[in-house]
Write a protein that binds this ligand. Structure first.
Ligand code: NAD
Length: 499
C-alpha cells in the first residue's frame, strides 16, 4: 500500500522523524508491508518504542528488486552521463549536511550513541561518502591496450545491474552511504536492507533521494530481519547481480551459501578483533589515550576497535594504571547530553551477550574496573567501560569479537611473541602499533595479518585507500577504486581498424 508523502522539504523530513511507522521506499514511493506486519523500533537509551517498522519479506523484496530492475533496464540512471549521475549524488551529500541535525537525532535515538558522535562523526561522514564518490568516480580511467595503429583493445567498465546492499547497526547511515554512493555512481540500481535495529536514517534517506532528483527505483529500501526474512530473500533473488554486505562473520557465511545458488559477486566486510600493541619505547602520552578511544568509541561497537591491548613488559604496570584511570573518567550517560562520551549498547540482546563475556573474564582473569550495568540508568542498556588483566591471549575474551566496551590488557616480552598473539584470532581486520623505533614498526607491520594497520595512530582514514579484512574479516575491499571495481564489470572491446 502506497503512502502519500508530499514534497520532501526540510519540514517533511522533520515530520518524518516523528512518524510512528517506518515505511519501505520502493520505486520512489513509501510503502507499508503487504501483510501489514510491523515490529518495534526501540530507543536503547530509554527502552521506549519509537515507532513501528514495516516488516518486509519475500513480497517486498520482489517489489523492490523489480523496481530496481525496471530502473536499470529502462530508466534513465544507467543511460545518464557519469557527470549527471555524480551531480545527483553530490546533491544527496549536500542534503545530508543540510538535514544533519534531523539525521543525527534519528541515528542517536536508534543506536544510543552520543549525539555529538552522530553530529560530528557519522552524519558528516555519510555526506562525505556521497561527495567523495561523486568526485572520484569521474576521475577513474579505462585501460587501452594498443597492439598497433590498426589494433586496440579497450577495457570498459559496465554496471552490474541490481545490487543488494546489506548493512549493520553500529554505523547505520555511515555504512549504508559507503555502499550506495559507489554502487550508484557506476550506474547500478540497488536495494538496501538496513539492520532491523536501526532503520530510521535509511527511511529518511528516501526523502533526501526524492528531493535530490534521484529517479524512482534507483535506490530502494526494504526493512526487515535477516535470516528467513527480507535479508535472505534479497540474497537469493535471481535478479540481484551482486551483494555488498557488512556484518558478522557467521552471517557472511550464510549469505555466501545463499548467493552461491545464483553465483552472485560478493563483497564482505565482517567481524574484527583489533589489537593495540604498545612497545616499551612508545610515546605513552599519545598511545594511552588513543588505546582507550580505540577500545570504547561507539561503546566498543566498531569493527576496527582496538579490543585487545598488548603491552611490553617494561611499561606494562604504568600503562595498566593509566588506562584504568582514564577509563574511570569516561562519562557514560544520556546520549543527548553533549558531555556524554559513551552511550548505551544497541539492544538488550547485545548487552546480555557482552555481559556473558564479562562473566568469562571474571572467572578467567582479573576485573580492574567496570563490569556492571550503569545503575543510575536502569531503563537503557548502559554498561560500564570494563578492563581486565590476567587473561590468557587464547581466552574467549581475547579471541572472540565481543563488540562492546570490554578491554583485556595482555603483557608481552618479545616482538615475535606479540606477533603470534595478535595473529592467533580467526580475524584479520585491523591493528595499531606504537613504538618510536621505525624499524620495529616496519618489521611488525609486515608480519601482522590484517587489512588495515596503523603505526602510531588509530582510525586515520583516507577514503581512496583499500578497506577490508583478511582471514575471517572479509572478502574484497571497499573504498576508492576498489569499491568502483566491485560495482562494475570489465568488458574488453577489441578494435581492428582498416589501415
Ligand atoms: P549481522 O550480521 O547480525 O547483521 C547485519 C545485517 O545482515 C543486518 O541487516 C541483518 O538483518 C542482515 N542479515 C542477518 N542475517 C542475514 C541472512 N541470513 N541473510 C541476509 N541478511 C542477513 O551484524 P550486526 O550485528 O548488525 O553488526 C555487527 C557486526 O558487523 C560485527 O561483527 C562487526 O564487526 C561487523 N562490522 C564489520 C565492519 C567492517 O567494515 N568489517 C563494519 C561494521 C560492522
Amino acid at each position: 500500500m502506497s503512502i502519500a508523502t508530499g514534497t520532501a522539504s526540510a519540514n517533511s523530513i522533520k515530520e518524518a522523524l516523528n512518524n510512528k511507522t517506518v515505511h519501505h521506499f520502493i520505486g520512489g514511493q513509501f510503502e507499508s508491508s503487504a501483510s501489514g506486519d510491523t515490529f518495534d523500533d526501540i530507543n536503547p537509551a530509554t527502552g521506549e518504542v519509537i515507532a513501528q517498522i514495516s516488516s518486509g519479506g519475500v513480497t517486498e523484496i520482489d517489489m523492490a528488486v523489480s523496481a530496481a530492475k525496471e530502473a536499470f533496464d529502462r530508466g534513465p540512471w544507467p543511460r545518464m552521463s557519469l557527470r549527471e549521475r555524480c551531480d545527483i549524488l553530490r546533491k544527496i551529500g549536500d542534503l545530508i549536511l543540510q538535514y544533519k541535525e534531523v539525521l543525527a537525532h534519528a541515528e542517536t535515538r536508534d543506536t544510543g550513541k552520543p549525539l555529538s558522535e552522530s553530529l560530528e562523526g557519522d552524519i558528516p561522514r555519510a555526506a562525505q561518502n556521497f561527495q567523495f564518490f561523486a568526485d572520484y568516480a569521474q576521475a577513474i580511467t579505462e585501460e587501452c591496450f594498443t597492439v598497433s595503429d590498426n589494433e586496440r583493445h579497450i577495457a570498459v567498465r559496465e554496471p552490474l545491474g541490481v545490487a543488494a546492499l546489506i548493512t549493520p547497526w553500529n554505523l547505520p547511515l555511515y555504512l549504508s552511504s559507503w555502499k550506495i554512493a559507489p554502487c550508484l555512481a557506476m550506474g547500478n540500481t540497488c536495494v538496501l536492507k538496513p539492520a532491523e535495529w536501526t532503520p530510521f536514517t535509511a527511511y529518511l534517506l528516501g526523502f533526501i533521494a526524492k528531493e535530490a532528483g534521484l529517479p524512482p527505483g534507483v535506490l530502494n529500501v526494504v526493512h526487515g530481519f535477516g535470516a528467513h526474512s527480507a535479508g535472505e530473500a534479497l540474497t537469493r533473488h535471481p535478479d540481484v547481480s551482486c551483494i555488498s554486505f557488512t556484518g558478522e562473520t557467521t552471517t557472511g557465511k550464510a549469505i555466501m551459501s545463499a548467493a552461491a545458488q545464483t553465483l552472485k559477486k560478493v563483497s564482505f566486510e565482517l567481524g574484527g578483533k583489533g589489537a593495540t600493541i604498545i612497545f616499551d619505547d612508545a610515546d605513552l602520552k599519545e598511545a594511552i589515550p588513543t588505546a582507550v578511544r580505540a577500545a570504547y568509541r561507539n561503546q566498543g561497537q566498531i569493527c576496527l576497535a582496538g579490543s585487545r591491548l598488548f603491552v611490553q613488559e617494561g611499561v606494562y604496570k604504568q600503562v595498566v594504571e593509566e588506562v584504568v584511570a582514564a577509563v574511570k573518567q569516561i562519562r557514560v550517560g544520556d546520549p543527548l547530553d553533549r558531555n556524554t562520551q559513551m552511550g548505551s549498547i544497541i539492544s538488550l540482546e547485545q548487552l546480555e551477550k557482552v555481559q556473558e563475556y564479562i562473566q568469562h573474564g571474571k572467572k578467567e582473569g582479573k576485573l580492574l574496573t567496570g563490569g556492571d550495568r550503569v545503575k543510575e540508568l536502569p531503563n537503557g542498556y548502559f554498561l560500564q567501560p570494563t578492563v581486565f588483566s590476567d587473561l590468557s591471549f587464547d581466552s574467549r575474551c581475547c579471541q572472540e569479537e565481543i563488540f562492546g566496551p570490554v578491554l583485556p590488557i595482555i603483557p608481552f616480552k618479545t616482538e615475535q611473541q606479540v606477533i603470534d598473539m595478535t595473529n592467533s584470532t580467526a580475524y584479520g581486520l585491523s591493528a595499531s602499533i606504537w613504538s618510536s623505533n621505525v624499524d620495529t614498526c616496519h618489521r611488525v607491520s609486515q608480519k601482522i595479518r590484517t587489512g588495515i594497520l596503523w603505526v602510531n595512530c588509530w582510525f586515520a582514514r583516507d577514503l581512496r585507500t583499500p578497506f577490508g579484512g583478511q582471514k575471517s574479516s572479509g572478502i574484497g575491499r571497499e573504498g576508492g577504486r576498489y569499491a568502483l571495481d566491485f560495482f562494475s564489470e570489465l568488458k574488453t572491446i577489441s578494435y581492428k581498424y582498416k589501415a
